[in-house]
Write a protein that binds this ligand. Sequence first.
Ligand code: 5GP
Length: 209
Amino acid sequence: MNQRGILTVISGFSGAGKGTLIRELLARYPERYALSVSATTRSPRPGEENGREYFFVTKEEFEKRIREGGLIEYAQYVENYYGTPKAYVDAQLEAGKNVILEIEVQGALKVKEKFPDTLLLFVTPPDAAELESRLRGRGTESEEVIQNRLRQASWEASFMSRYDYILVNDKLEICVEELHALIASQKLRMSANSSFITQMKTELEKYQG
Ligand code: 5GP
């Protein structure tokens, strides 16, 4: 059975460990997952590469993509555009790969509205103190940036209940398997198997009395 992949959106507070979690999932199950690389108008940070973390584009290029319908969703976040390229996601889902989008809450809700079968997952540390200590532990950000991220987290928390599942990232080892299990179970939903169901019904018709 060649089943279409599952589209999964992962959001969560800055400092929740989403990046590490997703990298670990892809490293463990490279055949099953594909990570969508977003387009953004923000400048690359040191160490970031075009096409790996993001496709870094100008505002004009980004707006052209919007007009041409090349993005599944996009959002403005801290004065920059971020968006999910449509072609790559469609091709990977068609090839049976589960596609992961790591995007913020506004984009996540737009994707869910457009594609109701999308799995929405929210990653959080076990408590707020741990979030603050992880943000400080990076040692790369100014106090102002840390305070902004915490304020942002407080706003994002108001959207958590609109997600399908919560992932508490305490132990990476456990969290990555929970993530994998949630996506695997989404794949077994009746609504994700309509062509299989149709085929089974057709094959069984000959046994009708
Ligand atoms: P950063 O600038 O720190 O890489 O990302 C800022 C925020 O933008 C993060 O919350 C990240 O998840 C989100 N983001 C990254 N790509 C996309 C995208 O394609 N669409 C939306 N809506 N958000 C994105």
